[in-house]
Design a protein around this ligand. Structure first.
Ligand code: ADP
Length: 163
């Protein structure tokens, strides 16, 4: 699998699936979650309600339509919320592993990822990058392209320096 980094907005990526840093309720939120629901439109929330009536556990992943976005699917993952005491790093690496498993179920060959938990959920950005890259490198998958989407120049520089 190729791993690349681009600076930009995940909602405009022309890939098979975009990963969302969601929360356990799976009913939308702020940050990248809000951007994805806004760009994809109400079909995403409708799919979340239908497919995840009880939400998702921290560290898990599940898919919905991508609605109006160029991608076909959103793969929602729930990263650990450090502010709520979720400090186990395995919960973060699990998000990337499970996202690739769901991508394989879907037959997605190109997947764009945000830096899960590195925003409101408070994971230190450098370790969030390392957890992402080491898990993407170590996981066997049919996905051919993993694109890290850096939101801003400093995130881009950091990810590029670790790739
Ligand atoms: P979490 O609650 O998992 O921390 P956030 O959405 O607060 O999720 O932040 C996760 C990462 O997503 C942060 O690095 C943030 O800068 C980034 N981000 C926010 N909006 C977008 C976007 N539209 N595209 C890509 N990344 C984004």
């Amino acid at each position: 699998m190729d791993i690349e980094v681009v600076e930009g907005d995940i909602t405009t990526q022309e890939v098979d699936a975009v990963v969302n840093a969601a929360n356990r309720r799976m009913r939308g939120g702020g940050g990248v979650d809000g951007a994805i629901h806004a760009a994809g439109g109400p079909d995403i929330l409708a799919d979340c309600v239908r497919r995840f009536p009880d939400g998702l556990a921290t560290g898990d992943a599940g898919w919905t339509t991508a609605g109006l976005m160029p991608a076909r699917w959103v793969i929602h993952v729930v990263g650990p919320n450090r502010h709520a005491g979720e400090t186990d790093r395995n919960l973060l690496t699990s998000c990337y592993r499970r996202a690739l498993e769901v991508a394989d179920e879907l037959g997605a060959r190109s997947v764009a990822f945000p830096l899960v938990s590195a925003g409101v959920y408070g994971w230190p950005q450098e370790d969030a990058v390392d957890a992402a890259l080491e898990t993407l490198r170590a996981t066997a998958t049919q996905v051919e392209l993993a694109r890290m989407v850096a939101f801003g120049r400093s995130a881009y520089e950091l990810i590029a320096s670790r790739l």
